[in-house]
Design a protein around this ligand. Structure first.
Ligand code: SF4
Ligand code: FES
Length: 360
């Protein structure tokens, strides 16, 4: 089978984080500091990724600013000619660190936000972070760096959507990703607290359209669909092992950030294997390439080349079988897992959420 080359690397430098968001996409079993790759190991990962064809790297976590060697790692990535993006909560982004990152050649910083009002944002993050984020946004802008922002949307903050967009515009963001929660890891654990009602989602979509008309000229808005409310799944990651790869804090190489949750697969580690071998030849990366692995209804479905049967992680987490069709699909025999969940949310009383905050 012809294997394409990856263009993007997600480098999870650490799982440690001061925030405790209940929708965190990190796995529920977080890696400890003592298991993290060393500076030299990360530099080797970058060199190997570059040789493999990667052209952009996203440094993320947890909170990557907790690594004191971040600037050194960023500098090496830039020296290798990679486009470098940092995904951060903004906590710890002092003036000195912004200057060092800028000196190291960073191309873009993506700052997360939890809500428009400080009170709500801090209660979602489980940490008083909102004011620190406002300061971080100002420092990024004053350093002349591109400010991108992202907000995970859910039942607890969708009502603030227009205010969120207005706030990000006022902080000087150029691009804002409005990501309706995807239910893996901590988010799946909190799904009953996070999943919005269809009525609320309809209202939010109308708010989004109105805000796009007001702010669309100055702020690029990206709306990531709430897939539980779709009829067909997304082509997750643009296909398994097709466009990108993730290196976890402990060196395991994953087709996507969530895939360590697929217990039926085991993943190779850069401490033992070359990245190129892992990409081209490892059983985990080859597990869901092409179409031969598919079961019905995907195997004979005319949409299989558009969505690749949806998300493998979601299939595993909701059905226990990573080869199954993504249950978001209305043709899936497991679609009831989704519809029952939506029905129970619709039938439930409105109440204050009782989040299981992420640990670590
Ligand atoms: Fe996609 Fe499979 Fe559903 Fe067809 S049956 S739309 S390939 S998930
Ligand atoms: Fe892993 Fe979709 S999140 S394949």
């Amino acid at each position: 089978m012809q294997v394409s080359l990856p263009y993007a690397l997600t480098a999870e430098l650490t799982h440690r984080c001061p925030l405790r968001c209940p929708y965190c996409s990190n796995p529920t079993e977080l890696q400890k500091r003592e298991n993290e790759l060393s500076t030299d190991e990360w530099l080797s990962v970058l060199e190997q990724a570059c040789e493999l064809g990667v052209v952009q790297v996203h440094f993320t976590g947890g909170e990557p600013l907790l690594r004191p060697d971040l600037e050194l790692i960023v500098r090496r990535a830039r020296d290798l000619g990679l486009f470098v993006n940092l995904i951060t909560s903004g906590v710890g982004l002092t003036e000195e660190r912004v200057r060092k990152l800028s000196d190291a050649g960073i191309d873009s910083i993506q700052l997360s936000l939890q809500a428009a009002s400080a009170e709500l944002a801090d209660s979602i993050a489980g940490f008083k972070a909102h004011e620190l984020k406002r300061q971080a946004a100002r420092r990024i802008r004053e350093a002349g760096l591109a400010l991108n922002m992202n907000v995970v949307l859910h039942r607890g903050n969708l009502h603030q959507l227009e205010d969120i967009i207005e706030l990000c515009a006022s902080w000087g963001a150029q691009r804002l990703e409005l990501a309706n929660t995807q239910y893996y890891g901590w988010a799946l654990r909190n799904v009953n607290e996070l999943l919005p009602r269809s009525e609320q989602l309809k209202q939010a979509e109308a708010d989004y359209v109105r805000a796009s008309e007001r702010f669309g000229q100055q702020l690029e808005l990206i709306w990531i669909l709430p897939d539980y409310y779709e009829d067909f799944p997304k082509p997750c990651m643009g296909g398994w092992g097709k466009l990108s790869l993730t290196v976890a804090p402990d060196g395991r190489v994953l087709p996507c950030t969530v895939s360590s949750e697929i217990r039926s697969l085991s993943f190779e580690n850069v401490k033992q294997r070359e990245l190129a071998w892992i990409w081209h030849d490892s059983p985990s990366f080859n597990a869901y390439r092409g179409y031969d692995w598919m079961a019905e209804p995907c195997r004979s479905c005319e949409r299989r080349e558009q969505d690749y049967g949806g998300c493998r992680c979601q299939a595993f987490l909701l059905t226990g079988d990573a080869n199954a069709a993504d249950p978001v699909c209305t043709l899936s025999p497991h679609r009831r897992v989704i519809t029952d969940r939506i029905k129970s949310i619709e039938a439930g009383e409105s109440r204050t959420p009782n989040y299981a905050y992420r640990g670590g």
